[in-house]
Write a protein that binds this ligand. Sequence first.
Ligand code: AMP
Length: 508
Amino acid sequence: MYYPLTVADFLDRAEHVYPDRVAVVDEPDQPAPSLGSLSYRQLAVNARAQAARLDELGVPVGGRVAVISHNSARLLTSFFGVSAWGRILVPINFRLSQPEIAYIVSHSGAEVVFADPACKDILDSLDVPHKFLLGDDDALYRYGVDPRPWDAPDEAATATINYTSGTTARPKGVQLTHRNLWLNATTFALHTGVSDRDVLLHTLPMFHANGWGMPFGVTGMGGRHIVLRQVDGTEILRRVRDHGVTLMCAAPAVINAALDAVAGWDDGAVPGRDTVRIVAAGAPPPTRTIERVLDELGWEFIQIYGLTETSPLITINRQREEWDGFDSHERARRLGRAGVPALGVRVSLDVDGEILTASNHNLEGYWEQPEATAEAQAGNWFHTGDGGVIDDEGYVVISDRKKDVIISGGENVSSIEVEDALTSHPAVREVAVIGIPDEKWGELVTGLVVADGVTADELIAHCRTVLAGYKCPKRIEFMQTLPRTATGKLQKFKLREPFWAGHGRQIN
Ligand code: AMP
């Protein structure tokens, strides 16, 4: 028998098995009215009410619905209210600038946009048939009407399109199918041991690779979601204590925030000691950081590696039985590697050391970009753009990035996009944008510029008019010339060299 895998399965099961359990505790401190605590029955009622409203607006199966929002219970609901009825959710990074968001909305062809009240100005500026502020629940939800069923549920249908900055001047829309999301979520939950006793703190933005899949996996197992709108180390520790949090997914910057907070924590025992597991990805955390997580927080540290394009799970590194006798330094050293392939995932290296992967989590394609899709999936392998090695224990270690992408604070920044923004300033003659190692951000977006009569602050302010704040250069170096090859191509490796001297690898 064949039964299609769709994201509806996760909420259906939770509603059936755990209707009266608290499903989600919404962020108390937000501009929309907080939804407080919702049971799985209420979460399912809201998802149906959202779908019924989309029926009323005439959004068809396959129609795109965008949400620009910080983490919230309403955004969590949309993963089901939109996708479980066959429509496509486009979760958008709320930190992006107006032109960036307008591009994504238009490129995805979204007919409906929901936005957090903090993004009202951007919402007002968008040219789309239907737009709503999250919190305006009379407009958002139609209660008491059954939504039209999705007639022919299809696991190969696109469930979400997640825009990600890569090697092109514009972000690309990663199309993930129901099958992609289902298998990523269940495989990830299996490897991290998610159960109905888990309480997940949303330290990861839900828009980023759909919160890596935990909104589905934790729901399917009947765990509890604790929404966190803004990352703050002390607040993370407080919520761990107050809600009995057991699980978090995070970029290394979040881990640093928790470590800073624990140093000043004077409110009794460290929250979550011996009960929290924290799953990190986005950049390889230094061994010392991992060791501090183990010793100072007493949390289990798990590393995964992946991309939005791979839903994202490719590899996982979780302490194995063989390492039980090692001290925390030795365990941290082993956990610093990206990991071993997750169940059902194949990993290989091409002749240049680029990591290739094949699995059922790999994207369907880049939305309306068949050439980019063909290039990324050439030879039936997904080409990650990351360089690495596989060590003698079979663990993948990421060593550099073949693609021209900087990862700052866990978010991708396309060098080309920032170069375009700098070049659009009339005083700029030549520019190269590189990432340089930075304690706080991992990598710092740095502009190397040939220009006359302009200051660094003026250039940064200029970038802020077109780019999200986190993409703008934090540092500008003025140069006489930029090194180029005979054919005029920039030699970025030469530009990076002085900044990366003494670092073992070319990513941070
Ligand atoms: P994104 O699609 O925004 O999630 O970014 C994916 C990129 O983040 C990958 O291509 C890697 O360059 C980087 N990345 C993710 N996880 C890791 C990791 N564990 N170690 C090193 N780099 C990572």
